[in-house]
Each structure stands twice: as C-alpha cells, then as structure tokens.
Write a protein that binds this ligand. Structure first.
Ligand code: GDG
Length: 492
C-alpha cells in the first residue's frame, strides 16, 4: 500500500499497535519523540511503523553523567517513556563513555574517515575501546527488552558493532542496519586500525542498507577482497558463515509534509519577509550543519570568484548562508568556523556596498517551520559538500519550490543525492572556477529550463520519498529468514 493509505490506517490502529505485524525496534544514537513535528522527516516516517506495531525506539538519552553522580563507564541508567503507543527507551552515558564513544571514535575517527578525510582522523585516541564498550552497553540493555519475533533496525556509524554484540548475547532476531553517511573504498577503510573488526560487525546484520550505488560497491568490494564473500545474486552475500542482503536505499524526505509546511503560516511569513527585504536581489541559499564535510569554505571561494568574474552579479546576488552549530566539542569544527568567518568577512569587506551585503552568514539554527519559506524565496540553492551520504537539504529545496517559478539546485557531484538528481547543475566543489560558472548559469537560467529541470527533480523526490525508503528496507528485513544458529556469533 502507498504511504497515504498507511497513514489513514494509522488513525484507526489500536493504541497498543497491530499485533499481526512484527514489532519494530529502532536503535539510533539519539531518540526523537515522534509526536513532535520539529523531529523532522525521518522521525515521522519511523513513527508510522513504530506506531502501527507498538514499537520501541532505543538510544542515548543525551545525558552525560559525571563520576560523582555514579557515572561508571559502561553502566548507564535506563529511562523509559511512553510516546503514544511507542516506547522510548534511553540510556545515560558516563563522561568517559561519551568522550570515547561519541567524541573520540564516532566523530573523531569514523566521521572523518568515512568522509574520506584521513588527515582529520585521530587514531591515537584509544577511543575504540569506549566505542565497543558503549555498543556492548546498548546490547546488554536492549537484549532483555526484545521479544522473539521483533524486527530490529539499527542506524548509523555510532552503532556499527551493535548487531554483533546482540548476536553474542544470543539474539537471533532479524536485524537490519542503515548507514546514513558514505562508505569509502576498501583502501581508505583499511586505514582504520581495527577495520576488520568493524566490518565483521557490519556483516552480522541480515540487511545492510547504504545510501548510494557507489557506497554499495565499496561495501561489496571490501567483503569480497577482505572476507572472500560469495555473491549469491540479487544483493545477497554469503560472508562469515551468514547470509546478508546488501542494497542502496537512498533516503528521501516526506515531500507531502514538506510541501504542506511550505503553505503553513510561519513559512509564508518568512517567504513574504524575504521577498520584501530583498526585492531587488536574486537570493542564493545554503543551509548546512557547520561541518567540514559540507565544503563551506570552498563554496565561499566559488561565490567570491563569481563576484570577481561576473560584475553583473554585483548588487544583485546575495548569498544567505545558515551554518547551524554542530559538535562544538570536536576541534576540527572550531577551525572550520574560523575559516568560514574570515572568508565571509573578507568577501563583504571587498565587494560590499553601503546598500548591498553579498553574504549574509548566520551561525545559528533556523526554526524548521521557517525553512521552507526561506528555500522558496531563493532563486538558487548551493548544496556543495565535499562528501555527503545523501544531503536532505537538496531535496527540501526542491520540495519547497513554486513549480511555476522554481529555483535552481547547484549540487555537488560528491553528495549521494547526485546519483538520483542528474537534472540539478552538478558541480565539482574543489573546482572554484567551474562552480562559479555553474552558479552564474543558475542565476541566469530561463524560466522554461528551470521549470523542466524542477519537474524532473520533484518527480524523483516524490517517487523515492522517506516512506518508500522505510518500506523498502523494512520489507527486505521482513523477508530475511531467521538464520541457522549453527556457529554461535563469537565476541571478537
Ligand atoms: C546525515 C548525513 C544524510 C540544517 N540546518 C538547520 C536545519 N537543518 C536540517 C536540514 C536537513 C538536516 O538538518 C540536514 O540533513 P543533511 O542530509 O543535509 O545532512 P546531515 O545532518 O549531515 O545528515 C547526510 C542524512 O544524515 C540523512 O540520512 O542525508 O548525508 O550526513 O533536514 O533541513 N534544520 C533547522 N534549522 C537549521 O538551521 N530547523
């Protein structure tokens, strides 16, 4: 059934879930209350399945407990909260676990390496032990809550070894995994001390979902080379005495929800205010977490090149860059903040006029309800990451446009989204000149071409929305067979 039918069904479903469907248990680093709209598309899509099955969402509480409060590494208090028919179960982390698992390993090793930034990875932190300890803690707290026919779905790079830790405790459930960030080629992965342990953990799942065909190819090359995996056809692989299904499942957004948000009061007000304030300008927009993978300094250099090379853009092009604060306790993020601030300052200093500021840069979060209005008021979106698993901002920008007078998406070829969205203006963000030329083209693009590109992009976003994504992975998981218990899954 389409997601609209499911959404209708949801209202009539019993308060404790439909017992005919296996219960869904979602595990991710952070847990969102799916009843709050600010939670965003992923939480909304997961909520649909969690609500229907009376499911559980398990993860870190966001709370760090100091030693004085009894914060012993590897032991956190468990909190349970009801959100309608869904149970939210969260665990506190000790300071040591947080430092090693979250800051040190997840964001100090896995995030940079998976984004091809070996230069930024800190392998000496010894944090891998803490990473393993927290994954074991999660498994220990989660395993007793599981019912025999539950389907478990684990998310993202913080929790790669969780499947094998659950297996080591005897869990024979169908367990799926989705990696939200890119998976690099085998040789880059091999730079991680302990990569074989990590990847063996990934092979303990029944379904392994990746964002793009390129990521999938890296995964299959790795398991063939390093673990002599056997190709069983149709995305099925025999590896480490188990069978797994691997696939590219590009994540989408809830296009209908986002379009509705565009029509709501707050977005409309934002749209009107921007149009009034910048009536003589063509607006460009960037919305990113302030992260080195997003290519923000490169984007500013391309914008500076645009102003330098095309004087017709003076007094007409204004770039609004929202850089929302992120991971401020990781040092590489402070460096990128300073670089960006200095570039924005020098562009405004060199090109600005009394009545025109080329760059409006904000190191702040914008309310989610306003974002669609901002997107709709802008002629061009700059989505130019150096590497990105998917990039949902690209899809949100498309969904928020007026189809009669749509804006143009300038998209990095290194975003996962580029595989799906060839009608965007694809750029190489390392090529300052080429990117500046593409931005100029976008600013000048005639209406007819804007319309036809946008129609194609919107059709793709609608077809492969977040409900399609959820349903595809869950249906692969439902089909997965409970596997033979033959060799017990050893803790490595
Ligand atoms: C990871 C992967 C993958 C941003 N600034 C504000 C704000 N946002 C929202 C956007 C969008 C989301 O945050 C960002 O999603 P992205 O996909 O662009 O990037 P990551 O945060 O790095 O997400 C990525 C994604 O997981 C999903 O699998 O696509 O590749 O890195 O929804 O709108 N929202 C609000 N204010 C802001 O200032 N309200």
């Amino acid at each position: 059934p389409g997601h609209k039918e499911r959404a209708r069904g949801r209202e009539g479903s019993p308060p404790n879930g439909d017992r005919r469907q296996p219960r869904l248990v979602v595990v991710s680093n952070r847990v969102a209350d799916p009843r709050k709209t600010a939670a965003g598309g992923l939480a909304v899509a997961l909520a649909e399945f969690l609500n229907n099955t009376g499911g559980v969402w398990f993860g870190w509480s966001g709370k760090v407990v100091e030693a004085a409060e009894g914060g012993v590494a590897g032991e956190g208090a468990v909190h349970t909260q009801k959100a309608g028919p869904v149970k939210l179960v969260t665990v506190d982390l000790s300071r040591e676990d947080y430092d090693d698992y979250y800051v040190g390993y997840s964001n100090g090793v896995l995030w940079p390496v998976f984004h091809y930034r070996l230069d930024l990875a800190d392998f000496d932190a010894g944090a891998i032990e803490g990473y393993r300890r927290v994954n074991q803690l999660f498994a220990r707290k989660l395993a007793p809550l599981l019912r025999p026919d539950d389907i478990v779905w684990v998310h993202d790079y913080h929790l790669i070894p969780l499947g094998s830790e659950l297996r080591a405790l005897g869990c024979q459930h169908r367990i799926g995994y989705f990696l939200h960030i890119p998976l690099p080629p085998p040789l880059i992965l091999a730079a991680i001390p302990g990569h074989d342990w990590l990847m063996r953990g990934l092979c303990s799942y029944d379904v392994v979902g990746l964002q793009s065909k390129a990521d999938l190819e890296h995964f299959t090359r790795y398991i063939q080379r390093e673990a002599h995996a056997q190709d069983l056809g149709d995305g099925r692989w025999r590896v480490f005495n188990r069978t797994l299904q691997a696939g590219a499942y590009p994540i989408g957004i809830d296009v209908d929800e986002f379009a509705a948000l565009t029509q709501a009061k707050e977005a409309q007000e934002m749209y009107t205010r921007m149009k009034r304030e910048y009536s003589r300008r063509k607006l460009l927009v960037g919305v990113d977490r302030l992260d080195y993978s997003k290519g923000l300094p490169q984007r500013m250099r391309a914008f500076r090149e645009l102003l330098h090379k095309y004087p017709d853009t003076h007094k007409s092009a204004t770039l609004i860059q929202i850089a929302s604060p992120s991971r401020e306790d990781v040092s590489a993020y402070t460096d990128i903040l300073h670089e960006l601030e200095s570039l924005c300052g020098s562009i405004n200093g060199n090109y600005g006029e009394l009545d025109w500021m080329p760059v409006r840069y904000m190191h702040r979060t914008v309310a989610r309800a306003r974002l669609p209005g901002l997107y709709r008021a802008c002629r061009v979106a700059l989505v130019t990451p150096l590497r990105d698993g998917m990039n949902l901002v690209a899809k949100e920008f498309i969904a928020a446009q007026d189809p009669a007078d749509p804006g143009v998406l300038v998209l990095s070829r290194f975003a996962g989204a580029a595989e799906q969205l060839p009608e965007a203006l694809l750029v190489n963000p390392y090529d300052t000149q080429g990117t500046a030329e593409a931005i100029h083209l976008a600013l000048q693009m005639p209406l007819e071409e804007r319309q036809s590109r946008h129609a194609a992009l919107l059709a793709t976003c609608k077809q492969y929305d977040v409900h399609w994504w959820c349903e595809s992975i869950l249906s692969a998981l439902r089909k997965a067979q409970a596997q033979e218990s033959g060799t017990p899954w050893l803790r490595l």
